[in-house]
Structure formats: structure tokens, C-alpha cells
Design a protein. Structure first.
Length: 276
């Protein structure tokens, strides 16, 4: 069962004492391996949807322990959202998973990343390929009006082992389609451009299989009624495990797409800063 802990008067915002401190405002535990949390946003922070920042906690010796985390909230949000795995013996997540509203984390307000619209050439259809917590940057981009202004169709695939691990993306897609603010901000007609394609690799679900397999055997295209991917019309962003990134690079380049960057926009981009 999803557990949500909001910020209350009992956990009122503390005066920052950590370097670059931000205060946790809510925490949601999705499974015993996944959680998300929201924190206050530095007044000076400006970022492009899809970018990441360094966040962390102080170690026992007083030095900061930081890791790269995609910002899961869109650039217009008053707060910052993050989506994380829980690693029981992980240097950071073993502690980060226990944060509660009112606690503080370190957040370096220097956003970077390649999963941004500026790194892609104009196109007609945009693919977001994610596994696990690699969905986080797309949670940001899917709530950004520019995503729907730039493309005629937006397809997000999310592959996890079990159905419960898809709950974060499922609820986010549902909220995008039903939230009055987002409908007003993005436009009801624009939201019709969005297609959500979740799959599992272990637990039985309506659609099973690795996204790379479903691409290679054509299942994905037949399910969506699409002829295929081409450099003329399609753009793609990839965020997941090292294996997914490597395999999808090969598949996308097999379709004729070239990898881009902020300094050299092309047909697809891959986030290499972290894996999830």
C-alpha cells in the first residue's frame, strides 16, 4: 500500500543548518524498494525540465555525501520532486529512504543533463524510454507544456520487474490527464497526444517483455499502430540501466537516428549521469 507522509504543523519547516539545505515537505513510499519525496525549492534555482541536480546528506564525519538525481517535477513547480530506489546497504539511499517531512537534505542548485528539448532537433513524435527510476526525468518533461507544443505525439514507455513498481508512473499519467491545473496549463487537446506504454519483465501484467525486445520484434509498433521509427519524424530520450542505454542506442541507430547533445542537437539523447 502506498504510504504518504505530508508536512504538517508538527513537522514545520526548520531553519536551514546544512550547506545548501532544503526541507522535505512530503514522502511517499511506493514499494519496499521505491519512494518519492518533495522538498522546498531554492529561490535561485532555474532549470530545464529533464535536468538533474546533486542531492544528499552529511556523513558522520561532517562531509557531504551527494548523488545525481533527476528532478521529477516540472520547471514551473514551486517545489522539487525526486524518485528514488531504496538500497539497504547503499551509502546514501540506506539513509535517504528514512527521511520524513521536516527533515533537511543537501541540494546543490546547479542543474545539468542531456534529457532536455534543446538537445533534440525538431520532430513530429517523441519517445521517452525508461526503466525503473529512470522514469523520473520524464515525470518532469511530461508535465512541461513545451513537450506537447513541440510534438504531435508523445509516447512514454516504462518497464519494471513487477506491477507495483509501475505505480508511480501510472498515477502520474493519471494525474496529468485528470488534473484541472495541468489541463489548463497544457491544454486538453494537447494531452490527447500522450500515450503511456507500461511493461513488466517478471510479474504477469497486460503487457510483458523488455522494451528492447518489443522494439526488435515489432510488437511495440503493432500495439500502437505505428509503422516504425525514422530520423525524419522521431526523436527519443533514454534513461535507465546501463544495459538498456547500450541496447537502445544500438536499436535507435539501427533506425537511422543519431545521438545528440546540448551543444549538438540530433535525433536522440541518453542520460549517462546515473542508472536506475
Amino acid at each position: 500500500m502506498t504510504e504518504i507522509r505530508p508536512l504538517s504543523e508538527a513537522t514545520a519547516v526548520k531553519v536551514p543548518t546544512l550547506p545548501d539545505a532544503q526541507t522535505v515537505t512530503s514522502v511517499t513510499h511506493w514499494t519496499d524498494r521505491l519512494f518519492s519525496f518533495r522538498v522546498t525549492r531554492p529561490a535561485s534555482l532555474r532549470f530545464r525540465s529533464g535536468e538533474f541536480v546533486m542531492i544528499g546528506l552529511l556523513k558522520e564525519d561532517g562531509r557531504p555525501l551527494l548523488r545525481a538525481y533527476s528532478i521529477a517535477s516540472p520547471s514551473w513547480d514551486d517545489e522539487l520532486e525526486f524518485y528514488s530506489i531504496k538500497v539497504q546497504d547503499g551509502p546514501l539511499t540506506s539513509r535517504l529512504q528514512h527521511i520524513e517531512p521536516g527533515d533537511q537534505i543537501i541540494l546543490r542548485p546547479k542543474p545539468v543533463g542531456t534529457l532536455v528539448h534543446d538537445a533534440l532537433l525538431p520532430g513530429k513524435r517523441c519517445w521517452f524510454f525508461a526503466t525503473g527510476t529512470g522514469f523520473a526525468p520524464f515525470a518532469s518533461l511530461l508535465r512541461d507544456p513545451q513537450t506537447y507544443e513541440d510534438y504531435d505525439q508523445v509516447i512514454v514507455t516504462h518497464t519494471c520487474r513487477d506491477v507495483a513498481e509501475l505505480e508511480y508512473s501510472r498515477q502520474l499519467i493519471e494525474s496529468i490527464r485528470s488534473d484541472e491545473l495541468l489541463n489548463e496549463l497544457i491544454g486538453t487537446e494537447n494531452l490527447k497526444k500522450l500515450t503511456y506504454y507500461p511493461t513488466t519483465t517478471r510479474e504477469e501484467s497486460p503487457k510483458m517483455g523488455r522494451i528492447t525486445t518489443l522494439l526488435n520484434d515489432g510488437t511495440l509498433f503493432s500495439d500502437l499502430g505505428i509503422k516504425g521509427i525514422s530520423a525524419e519524424t522521431d526523436r527519443a530520450m533514454v534513461c535507465g540501466s546501463i544495459g538498456l542505454n547500450t541496447d537502445l542506442k544500438e536499436i535507435l541507430e539501427g533506425f537511422g537516428l543519431e545521438e545528440g547533445a546540448n551543444s549538438d542537437p540530433k535525433h536522440y539523447v541518453v542520460e549517462k549521469a546515473f542508472v536506475g
